[in-house]
Design a protein around this ligand. Sequence first.
Ligand SMILES: [Zn+2]
Length: 68
Amino acid sequence: MAVPKRKTSKTRRDKRRTHDNAPVVTVAVCPQCKKPVVPHCACKSCGYYKGSKVMTTREEVKAAKAAQ
Ligand SMILES: [Zn+2]
């Protein structure tokens, strides 16, 4: 059976376990386009927040540039 040549140090072991207790990411659903969004933030895919358009999305900027 293969055996590790060296003992795993406390630091290396603890570094490996850093992400074991990572917080669960909260995700909300955009009521406008039904895509997953960060809570309390404008939707990146449609630019809506609380039912009104608040920002221009990257796709809209690209489309505007292409139309010129
Ligand atoms: Zn949206």
